[in-house]
Design a protein around this ligand. Structure first.
Ligand code: PDD
Length: 311
């Protein structure tokens, strides 16, 4: 596996990246995570990811115990270790950076007071962007019967390491065929989000996405797309969406950190709009990529000047 991991302060090769079986992340799925990526080698929207990580952690009463600067440092050190690793010379492709925090090692109880210290892990590997045909031709998604977690059960706002809801949805999609994503409804039968991405529809030149109170992850790409759309003069609304809104849309697309904006051209066996990526989706993707590079470059200098951490 081409990857490097930071595990509680040590940067190691995949075969040495170990977590104890007594870690509550392993025992109980008790942890939170973020997936970030680079543009031109610079971490993109790290501040927003750290903030969401803290929000997720707070919702499971987990104290991360490291300030943002230290999290940024751990990510950057792991990225540097990956780029300069054996046989990689000057690795200059974009990176995938997964930051995880679990409850850590503790007694075999759900009482958070009985765990000692959170575990912090960073995994860095090549981003492996979707192939260019994905953006040129669009993808098919499945509308699955698995319902997104009820917000008062496990809130989808928590970006949790416990991903069974998402996995079961994707498994259903893959059983039906080679679908790129699984679209889930919420407990009220409204559209919520996909297994690893947020959902947008476009009708009459305006974009709409399920509102957060439908029960979904507050996607950072979703938020950034809304900012890019506003700047480009494309109306965008958070609202309630149903199956009919999706099947009757002119265009649809999904958003995520690793996939950016991917056109959806078919839902199960029904084409969406013309059956190929539409003009609004194309415009947004183009504007998104330009803005993302600018933002990543501007943020880079700030994270470079931090002083070294005390040992
Ligand atoms: N997935 N919804 C879910 C359930 C997700 O897991 C993700 C992210 C998103 C999009 O969020 P963002 O735009 O902040 O990446 C929406 C990441 C990429 C993952 O799990 O790999």
């Amino acid at each position: 596996m081409l990857a490097v991991a930071y595990v509680n302060g040590r940067i190691v090769a995949p075969q040495d990246a170990m977590i104890s079986v007594f870690d509550h992340g392993f025992l109980f799925g008790e942890g939170v995570y973020e997936v970030m990526r680079t543009y031109d080698g610079e971490l993109f929207l790290a501040d927003r990811h750290f903030r969401r990580l803290r929000d997720s952690a707070a919702m499971i009463s987990l104290e991360i115990g490291m300030p943002d600067q230290a999290l940024a440092r751990a990510c950057r050190d792991t990225m540097d270790a990956f780029r300069t690793g054996p046989g990689r010379g000057a690795f200059d492709e974009e990176l995938y950076v997964r930051l995880l925090v679990t409850r850590g090692i503790g007694e075999m109880t759900y009482d958070p007071a009985k765990a000692y210290r959170p575990s912090v892990v960073v995994i860095v590997k090549p981003l492996g962007q979707p192939a260019s045909w994905v953006y040129e031709q669009g993808v098919a998604v499945a509308l699955v019967s698995v319902v997104r977690n009820h917000p008062r059960s496990i809130s989808p706002r928590i970006k949790s390491n416990n991903l069974l809801n998402n996995i079961l949805a994707m498994q259903e999609a893959l059983r039906r065929g080679p679908f790129a994503e699984a679209v889930m409804r919420n407990h009220r039968g409204e559209l919520a989000e996909c297994s690893q991405s947020n959902l947008f529809v476009v009708t009459g030149g305006a974009a709409r996405t399920p509102a957060l109170d439908a029960g979904l992850l507050a996607g950072i790409t979703r938020e950034f797309v809304e900012e890019v759309a506003a700047a480009a003069g494309i109306p965008v609304h958070d609202t309630r969406l149903t199956d009919e809104d999706l099947f009757g849309a002119d265009e649809a697309f999904l958003t995520s950190t690793t996939k950016e904006i991917v056109p959806i051209v078919r839902v199960d066996d029904r084409p969406i709009g013309s059956g190929s990526p539409g003009p609004v989706t194309r415009r947004l993707l183009e504007a998104y990529r330009v803005r993302a590079r600018d933002v990543a470059r501007a943020a880079a200098s700030r994270y470079r000047v931090e002083p070294p951490l005390p040992e």
